[in-house]
Design a protein around this ligand. Structure first.
Ligand SMILES: Cc1cc2nc3c(=O)[nH]c(=O)nc-3n(C[C@H](O)[C@H](O)[C@H](O)COP(=O)(O)O)c2cc1C
Length: 219
């Protein structure tokens, strides 16, 4: 039972014991409210302060931090809980060098592939997400890119919250990376995410105003 005391908005009777006729008065209301606001503030900070990191220190990523990043993938939503993601963790220097050679010319993230101590190859099973009994269910066909996109955001936000940097890399020779990583048929490599402690960062690219992309009731 919880009752507010008159003229005492900061106090609530937290618990009333019928038998002992005892009230436990706990000063908890502002604490709860503040915690909620603080939580939202730090949540928005993680979202807004995450940047694409293209320079890394050579400090290794501890296994427990990597595990937390992978846990963020595990708990991501997906089409009918399909969880079509497969992640290859690349920490071998030669393999990273081979992958770097598949990056399209002029891609500003090319060096990050070898500089970062880890590259996550984000792969997905095809013909699973968006399908029901083997049949495509919507005009968009395979929803793998959608589900992997969500998992990717989970990775980038979790990494940032842990003090790590990431950059999503989509412009490379996907088939060549599939060969290098010996990814089986039925699974495609979609993106690469260097992961490590951030070196030099860069400013936030300009965002569209909320009013420019939000439509109420009709487009
Ligand atoms: C699907 C996707 C593919 C991307 N591919 C590349 C890439 O190949 N090379 C690169 O340098 N950045 C790439 N980026 C990073 C974007 O350029 C970056 O997210 C955008 O400019 C906004 O900057 P911010 O991440 O710092 O907010 C990619 C981002 C996404 C979401």
């Amino acid at each position: 039972m919880s009752i507010s005391l008159p003229n005492q908005p900061n106090y609530e009777i937290f618990h009333y014991k019928e038998t002992a006729k005892q009230f436990f008065i706990v000063w908890h209301k502002p604490f709860c409210m503040e915690t909620g606001r603080e939580k939202m503030q730090s949540f928005m900070d993680v979202i807004k302060k995450r940047r694409s990191i293209r320079h890394y220190t050579d400090q290794e990523v501890p296994q427990d931090l990597l595990n937390q990043v992978l846990e963020a993938v595990q708990w991501s939503p997906s089409w009918a809980n399909t969880q079509c993601w497969e992640i290859v963790v690349v920490n071998n220097r030669e393999t990273k060098q081979e992958i770097k050679e598949t990056i399209s010319k002029g891609n500003p993230a090319a060096k990050a592939i070898v500089d970062a101590p880890i590259v996550l190859a984000i792969c997905g099973k095809i013909n699973a997400s968006g399908y029901y009994k083997g049949e495509v269910t919507t005009k968009f066909g395979d929803w793998l890119l959608y589900d992997l996109g969500i998992a990717t955001q989970s990775i980038c936000l979790a990494a940032h919250a842990l003090g790590l940097g990431t950059v999503v890399v989509g412009l490379f020779d996907h088939d060549r990376v599939k060969e290098i990583l010996q990814v089986p048929e039925g699974v495609e490599v979609v993106s690469l995410i260097p992961l490590g402690f951030p070196g030099k960062g860069s400013g936030a690219p300009k965002r569209r105003e909320i009013s420019e992309f939000t439509h109420y009731n009709r487009f």
